[in-house]
Design a protein around this ligand. Structure first.
Ligand code: SF4
Length: 165
């Protein structure tokens, strides 16, 4: 079972999207490579943001950390999602944990090309800490959480698994 140190950005993103997705991912079920949206995201990273240098934090890899200590994350979706903010906030939390005096996170939306900036405040730190506890709580359950409604599952990598049972 994972510990607080193992919780990465994807765990937090899935926590906000779907607890069942988080539960499956934490158990090693990872069909993301079959998903067209995930492949598109990878291509966007490679083509549009080549100046960025990914930073490996062990349990998490963020897209870029600039010299002002802002975390940068690239999003290919036009939709603003709480999950994206939570994931970037988690990266800030991880950096603070290892002694980096991070300023906050910048989300880069490709379409339309726009950025959103989230300073890493005490409140953000508190939320990031609570997110880790929530991840561990969900993952510890013996049974998988229920499916979301079918419309919320559109585009999810786990669609075949969840809806072919
Ligand atoms: S298909 Fe739906 S229920 Fe299954 S993991 Fe994805 S969002 Fe959750």
């Amino acid at each position: 079972m994972i510990t607080a140190d193992d919780v990465g950005g994807v765990h937090v993103k899935y926590l906000y999207h779907c607890p069942r997705q988080l539960w499956l991912y934490a158990r090693g079920f990872r069909p993301e490579h079959l998903n067209d949206a995930v492949q598109l995201g990878t291509a966007v990273h490679e083509l549009s943001y080549s100046r960025f240098s990914p930073v490996d934090l062990g349990a998490a890899t963020l897209d870029h950390l600039d010299n002002q200590l802002w975390v940068h994350e690239i999003k290919h979706s036009a939709k603003r999602r709480e999950a994206d903010h939570a994931q970037a906030r988690h990266y800030c939390h991880q950096l603070v944990r290892i002694g980096v005096d991070v300023q906050g996170a910048v989300l880069h939306y490709r379409n339309p090309r726009k950025t959103e900036r989230f300073p890493y405040t005490d409140d953000e730190h508190q939320k990031a800490t609570e997110d880790i506890d929530r991840v561990l709580d969900i993952v510890a359950h013996a049974e998988s959480p229920p499916r979301l409604g079918r419309t919320s599952c559109r585009g999810c990598s786990y669609l075949d698994y969840c809806w072919s049972q």
